[in-house]
Design a protein around this ligand. Sequence first.
Ligand code: DHB
Ligand code: FE
Length: 279
Amino acid sequence: MVKLVGGVGTSHVPSIGAAIDLGKTQEPYWKPLFAGYETARQWMKEANPDVVIIVYNDHASAFSLRLIPTFLIGVADEFLPADEGYGPRDVPVVQGDARLAWHLAESLILDEFDLAIANEMPVDHGLTVPLSIMCDQPDAWPCKVIPLCVNVIQYPPPTGMRCYKLGKAIRRALDSYDDNLKVAIFGTGGMSHQLQGERAGIINQEFDIDFLNKLGSDPESVARIPHAEYIMETGSEGIEMIMWIVMRGALDDKVQEIYRHYHVPASNTASGLIIFEND
Ligand code: DHB
Ligand code: FE
């Protein structure tokens, strides 16, 4: 059976990845952000998951408006870093776990969560930046990764409650797996940010902190936040936070908050990180 070692929610701002890749993490702008990642990296080393399910959104890298899967799971043996316009990031190739991914696909689809399935897919900053945040710059990523994409790019994205229920279905799938693996789940994106238009640069610390406070203790209230509230309160890209709710749904009803870090700004974004373990 799988041991679920924890859940991580983290922003996936591309310039955080660039700061790591270009050796800028100790520059004054970036230093306070990266200082907050040390405890998270220590947790990752100690938890040492065999596999991490990374819930993230593709930013028109693997897909375009020609094809918009609401939910999608990657079942390949490996996933190449995407070229997002300035060449692929110089990070290790992401190794998949096809056996567990196919088990998840089967269990979820038979449990009435009809995910699309990708046998081949480049992975963009939504997935690789969280790996860099949690693992720094290893020669090879220390864990296998199962990518799970959520559409937050094109209206209508799924509701927060649907994401919460997907997390619960992922947990049922993990609980019925026949191998002894340590698994972690990451939910990525957010927090408050808007990248374009009149309100570009909007940040709402009060909303973000309230979200972090309630995600652990009252996830159903967070799952009920409507799309319009994210957009009004947190900017057009704040909707990425619904992916943290998938992560939360996979954990027990009662969790312990192990660590939290919140820093404003990273690029245009309020950057947050939270780690939970089952109580
Ligand atoms: C930024 C943040 C994101 O989540 C993203 O996908 C792209 C850009 C930013 O703040 O620059
Ligand atoms: Fe994003």
